[in-house]
Design a protein around this ligand. Structure first.
Ligand SMILES: Cc1cc2nc3c(=O)[nH]c(=O)nc-3n(C[C@H](O)[C@H](O)[C@H](O)COP(=O)(O)OP(=O)(O)OC[C@H]3O[C@@H](n4cnc5c(N)ncnc54)[C@H](O)[C@@H]3O)c2cc1C
Length: 441
């Protein structure tokens, strides 16, 4: 293969590093790219796109490599990887930060915290800013500070022709709208983001665990009732495992008040672990980040829930958990929304499901390959039921077999997204299994 014109660090199948370089966070993904181009600057990105056009090679874009279904790599594709572009520049005069596309969340959280800032990112330390912000970005500050994407004020993107575009409220406004929630990889290679920031040092971290199967149904009942009129300063994730439920989150206030807000959960019998403490923001982020393994083989997805589920629907969720293939790594996940997310108008960004109360996910992982079919079957059959309760899918918790994926991810926003796709990527250079289609208006 003629690599002339490709710049940055280029890894080919013959290189010793190839097998490591092609690997995504999800070890179940097994793709063989033609080449992986680690870009060090914008010019490397431009060169990679021009090279792919000359060679007739399709591209995939990658930053943190955490896509659930592995759409940031592909067999016989050129992977344009921005993970070496991880600079972060804070401007404390106007409380903003410029973040290069490949920056990973823990690096970002730490850098910002050292200057006294918090950030509404996700919970996994090695997820990169790109995939997270382009799909929305949900975490433990979301109800108070909004989605990650709601803090975005500008992005720089290289389009299919190699032009560097600035997108904000004044330039390329439609593109800027689309970049806030339409998911990564659809319009071009984003090279950097500018966010506005909030100064906060300390928060209350809470973690509650039950080793009691009978707590699970009560937990689900409390969860949905609790979210109805919940203080916007609190955000939480829940997990329902076979042996019992788990709740963790951040409260932007003091522990005494957090305890009052958490009272409906605290009164569920069988709590085996309780921690409600006032900590530095960065310590809370680190404690939660430790949940995640360095890498794992997994199957997971998630859907938006907008209505109260009835008793028999909640019981059915517990039946799904009871059928889980493992006790400690198969769970139904709950991710709180509302607050600052629903306070913004639905059409203010491409993120469509602002009125949802929460996301319900289903997730499981395996260590031995032989266990994979059983685990995948459990996730797929659980998903079928969750599908009937829900209104749409979170593009950052994607699912290969999702019916009518464009409507599922974008609802009524798909019409506008088709026209933006046509404007910025008319030849569909940025195509992958669930990309926004061209020519569908
Ligand atoms: C363990 C784990 C924990 C997670 N926790 C959360 C969470 O708490 N909250 C949450 O909201 N989500 C969470 N996610 C989902 C996560 O937000 C998505 O997987 C996200 O897309 C990952 O981004 P990435 O850059 O790391 O991944 P990648 O696989 O590199 O990219 C994801 C998508 O973005 C595209 N993309 C990557 N870089 C660029 C770029 N520079 N320009 C344009 N497109 C690009 C890719 O082509 C791909 O389509 C989690 C995922 C995992 C695996």
């Amino acid at each position: 293969m003629d690599c002339q014109g490709l710049t940055g660090k280029v890894i080919l199948p013959c290189d010793a590093e190839y097998n490591r370089a092609r690997q995504e966070y999800n070890e179940a993904i097994n793709k063989y790219p033609l080449a992986i181009c680690y870009c060090c600057d914008i010019q490397d990105v431009i060169n990679a796109l021009l090279w792919s056009e000359r060679q007739g090679v399709q591209v995939r874009i990658r930053s943190g490599g955490h896509h659930y279904e592995g759409y940031s790599v592909g067999t016989n594709k050129l992977v344009i990887d921005t993970s070496f572009m991880n600079g972060i520049r804070i401007n404390s005069e106007d409380d903003t930060v410029e973040v290069q596309a490949g920056s990973r969340l823990m690096h970002l959280y730490k850098t910002l915290y050292n200057s006294g800032y918090t950030f509404p990112g996700g919970t996994c330390p090695t997820v990169a800013i790109s995939g997270l912000v382009l799909g929305g970005g949900i975490g433990l500050s979301t109800r108070y500070l909004g989605l990650t994407t709601d803090s975005l004020i500008e992005a720089q993107m290289v389009d299919a022709n190699g032009n560097l575009l600035t997108a904000n409220h004044c330039q390329n406004e439609n593109l800027f709208w689309a970049l806030r929630g339409a998911g990564g990889g659809n319009f071009g290679v984003v090279t950097s983001y500018k966010f506005h920031l909030r100064k906060i040092n300390k928060i209350t971290l809470f973690e509650l665990k039950w080793s009691n199967q009978s707590a699970r149904l009560k937990f689900l009942q409390v969860w949905q009732e609790w979210l109805r009129n919940l203080d916007t300063r609190i955000s939480a994730f829940g997990r329902i495992y076979k042996p019992g439920p788990w709740l963790f989150g951040f409260f932007y206030g003091y522990p005494e008040e957090a305890r009052q807000i958490l009272e409906p959960f605290l009164s569920i019998p069988g709590i085996s672990f309780e921690n409600i403490e006032y900590v530095d923001f960065i310590d809370a982020v680190k404690i939660i980040g430790e949940i995640y393994p360095k890498r794992e083989a997994f199957k997971a997805t998630g859907r938006f829930i907008e209505r109260q589920l009835c008793h028999c629907e909640l019981e059915k969720i517990i039946d799904i958990v009871n059928a889980a293939p493992t006790e400690d790594n198969s769970f139904i996940g709950l991710y709180s929304l509302g607050g600052a997310v629903s306070a913004m108008k639905t059409d203010s960004t491409a993120f469509f499901y602002r009125q949802a109360n929460y996301i319900m996910g289903i997730s499981s992982s395996w260590e031995c390959k032989a266990a994979a079919p059983v685990v995948i079957e459990w996730v797929e059959s659980g998903f079928k039921y969750i599908y009937t309760l829900s209104m749409g899918s979170y593009v950052n918790f994607p699912y290969n077999n999702l019916p009518c994926y464009e409507y599922a991810y974008y609802g009524e926003h798909i019409q506008k997204l088709w026209s933006i796709k046509k404007e910025y990527d008319p030849h569909n250079v940025f195509e992958f299994p669930q990309s926004i289609k061209t020519g569908c208006e």
